[in-house]
Design a protein around this ligand. Structure first.
Ligand code: HEM
Length: 175
C-alpha cells in the first residue's frame, strides 16, 4: 500500500514537472527562447517587426507550427514545411475546421514567411524561418512581443503537407 502511494506521488511529480517545463521557455545563449515537448523543439525570438523561428522534430517528413487556434486546430495560423533534396518547401495555411487547414493562397491570402535554411540530418528535420508579427493577411494571427500565445506543434512522416500528424502537442509561450 505504502509502495503504491509512493509510486502515485512520484508519477504526479513527474506529470506536474512535464506540464510546467512544457510551458516555460528556456533562454538560449543567442537570445532565442526554446520549448521542447514530445521531442519537438520550437525556438523563437522577436526581432524588429518579425518573429524568428527554429523548428525541429524527429522526422524525415513534415514539421509544422500553428498559432492561436480558437478550438482544437480551427482558426490557427499554420506554417508547414519539409526538406527535400536540401531545399525547404514551406506553405502558409489557415485552420478552416476543427481538424483541417487550407493554404492561405486558396483563401484570398498570401504566403507570409521567409525561409532562412533547413536540413534533414540523422532523422531530424530542422527549419529556420521568419514571419511578420503582423502580415496584414487576415489568415494570419497578429503577434506582439510579450503576448501569451497558444502554439500547436506537430510532425508527420512524409514529405506531404496533407498528411495527418504522427505526433502533435500544444504549448503556451510568452513571445
Ligand atoms: C491533414 C492534416 C491534419 C489532420 C487530418 C489533422 C487531424 C487532427 C485530429 C483528428 C485531431 C484530434 C486529435 C487527434 O486525432 O490527434 C487533431 C488535433 C491536433 N492537431 Fe491536427 N491534423 C492535421 C494537421 C495538423 C497540423 C499541420 C498541425 C500543426 C501544428 C496540427 C496540430 C494539432 C494539435 C496540436 C492537435 C491537438 C489540439 C488540442 O487537443 O488542443 N494538426 N488533428
Amino acid at each position: 500500500m505504502v509502495k503504491k502511494i509512493y509510486l502515485i506521488a512520484i508519477s504526479m511529480m513527474v506529470l506536474i514537472q512535464s506540464v510546467f517545463s512544457a510551458e516555460e521557455g528556456s533562454l538560449l545563449s543567442d537570445g532565442f527562447k526554446e520549448i521542447i515537448d514530445k521531442e519537438i523543439s520550437f525556438q523563437w525570438k522577436v526581432e524588429g517587426e518579425d518573429l524568428l523561428i527554429r523548428l525541429s522534430a524527429p522526422t524525415e517528413g513534415w514539421v509544422a507550427v500553428g498559432f492561436n487556434p480558437s478550438r482544437v486546430m480551427k482558426d490557427a495560423d499554420y506554417k508547414l514545411a519539409y526538406v527535400k533534396d536540401g531545399e525547404v518547401v514551406m506553405e502558409d495555411h489557415f485552420g478552416t475546421s476543427l481538424f483541417g487547414h487550407k493554404e492561405d493562397t486558396t483563401l484570398d491570402g498570401s504566403n507570409d514567411f521567409e525561409v532562412t535554411e533547413g536540413k534533414e540530418e540523422g532523422g531530424i528535420t530542422s527549419v529556420i524561418f521568419s514571419i511578420p508579427l503582423n502580415s496584414g493577411d487576415e489568415n494570419d494571427t497578429i503577434l506582439a512581443e510579450g503576448d501569451e500565445v497558444k502554439v500547436l506543434l506537430a510532425f508527420g512522416t512524409r514529405d506531404n503537407l496533407s498528411q495527418k500528424h504522427k505526433e502533435r502537442t500544444s504549448v503556451v509561450i510568452t513571445l
